[in-house]
Ligand binder design. Structure first.
Ligand code: ATP
Ligand code: MG
Length: 449
């Protein structure tokens, strides 16, 4: 490790002693509890530096999926970047296998000269366990522990406990403003769509959102391969990647007052991209699916009245796709058609099939092109709609049935839903459904169903 280490140099002046704080943890994600504990330890004990070392494969957390070391390292780096005394090291994450604190400390002890004292900062919960750690006697010789308060733990009691241990741990007890924050809580909050603001740095929140960490993905019904495709979006060209970021930003602005709708739109983009891939599209088509998905609900910020007015202004009643439909009856579908109209002006690069997919995402049609079906399906099965049993069933079909069959099943689900919620079902929707039924029976998919 010594030859290619990122550990900061300390202890050069042999006439002086130095104090190095070490903050180990999973940091999945790092939060203000970690940062406050480190800062106060540094302040109280006059530490020269505090080394944050995200764990590789943590010994104590084998029971859940820990985020990748790359993500945990990046978040720790972002959170500590503005504090000159905080340094984030890759030393632990680069080690293979389970990482034990004892091994890490041994490496550090070997790396730093004797005039560097090591302080291992831990929360009260971890302090309670130190006697059980691997090689705890060796650890006790190498470091002074700094035990920081953590809600739910009484430092006095821990002190009594540790004094019973035969191992002579050196512990400095530190009362820090007890922050009732844990990484687990942040993960849960993120999965539930709750705010993380003021619990960790804005830069970390930005990273979590950008990389879709901690999203509730369980029990949505998708197969593990489709789920994996969703979790690992296609790497597009740099220009395309930038294009997606810009469109996502524009959508965020447009739907700023409708955060749930925005979350849905962004997710439909991802699902559409993954569906396109699943059903054999090349990256260009996947890119188009992603963009159309993000944009499909562009007009959802407008009220029905506003949309109705707009529909009149742009002469939507003459649109052949709405033939025989009174605008009055078509209110729930207007946002798609109007979005296609608005977006055509705003983004001249959108292709005809993208615009059509956006226009038709609610009404559908008898004959739909590839992208049109993809957006229609993605909108129906989007996981942000939750684990509703009927949607879980539809999601199970992804990759198992043809795209036409999936479209048919989604169409039927949408009709069912209109009826189940006592809303007016356009005769055209029924016509489309019947046409799909006929087509399907010709294909002999399921003649008697
Ligand atoms: P999880 O909820 O996943 O267990 P965590 O919040 O406990 O995560 P870890 O990465 O396990 O975070 O913790 C690293 C170190 O930081 C541990 O020593 C832990 O005790 C300490 N720590 C974590 N949260 C706090 C807090 N709110 N106050 C003080 N110390 C904390
Ligand atoms: Mg913990």
């Amino acid at each position: 490790m010594a030859e290619k280490t990122d550990l900061p140099i300390l202890g050069e002046d042999k006439t002086k002693t130095y104090r190095l704080g070490i903050m180990g943890g999973t940091f999945d994600p790092i939060h203000n509890g970690h940062l406050v504990a480190a800062e106060q330890a540094s302040d109280e004990l006059n530490l020269d530096l505090v080394l944050f070392m995200p764990a590789g494969s943590p010994a104590f957390k084998q029971d859940r999926d820990v985020s990748s070391a790359k993500d945990r390292f990046a978040m720790t780096l972002l959170a500590t970047a503005d504090n000159p005394k905080f340094i984030t090291s890759r030393a632990e994450i680069e080690r293979e296998g389970i990482t034990y604190t004892a091994d890490t400390l041994q490496i550090l002890r070997a790396f730093y000269p004797k005039n560097v004292e090591l302080f291992f900062i831990t929360g009260a919960d971890a302090l309670l366990e130190i006697a059980k750690w691997k090689d705890s006697e060796k650890i006790a010789e190498m470091v002074t522990f700094v035990g920081a308060t953590r809600p739910g733990y009484d430092l006095d009691k821990i002190q009594v406990e540790l004094e019973k241990s035969p191992i002579p741990f050196k512990v400095f007890y530190l009362e820090v403003p007890a922050l009732a924050i844990s990484s687990s809580e942040l993960r849960t909050r993120q999965a539930e769509g709750k705010s993380l603001r003021y619990l960790t740095s804005d830069s970390v929140i930005g990273y979590i959102n950008k990389h879709h960490l901690y999203r509730a993905r369980k029990d949505t019904g998708f197969s593990s391969t489709f789920q994996a495709a969703l979790n690992n979006p296609t790497i597009f060209s740099e220009d395309e990647q930038k294009g997606i970021e810009q469109i996502e930003k524009d959508a965020a602005k447009q739907l700023e007052k409708k955060p749930k709708r925005l979350a849905h739109s962004l997710e439909v983009g991802r699902v559409a991209e993954a569906l396109a891939k699943q059903y054999g599209a090349d990256t260009k088509e996947q890119f188009k699916a992603r963009i159309a998905g993000i944009l499909h609900d562009w007009e959802k910020a407008a009220s029905v009245e506003e949309l109705f007015k707009k529909a009149k202004t742009i002469g939507l009643e003459n649109d052949p796709r709405l033939e025989n439909i009174k605008l009055e009856d078509a209110k729930p579908l207007l946002h798609g058609f109007i979005a296609a109209h608005t977006l055509k002006q705003r983004y001249p690069n959108l292709t005809e099939d993208m615009l059509n997919a956006i226009a038709l995402h609610t009404l559908g049609a008898k004959d739909m092109g590839f992208l049109e079906k993809i957006i229609f399906i993605a909108d129906t099965i989007d996981p942000t709609r939750g684990p509703l049993p009927r949607l879980v069933l539809l999601r199970c079909l992804v990759g198992k049935v043809s795209l036409d069959e999936l479209y048919f099943c989604c169409y039927r689900e949408n009709i069912d839903y209109v009826i189940a919620t006592n809303r007016y079902l356009l005769p055209q929707s029924l016509d489309i459904f019947n046409a799909l039924v006929k087509k399907r029976s010709e294909l002999d998919v399921s003649p008697s169903a």
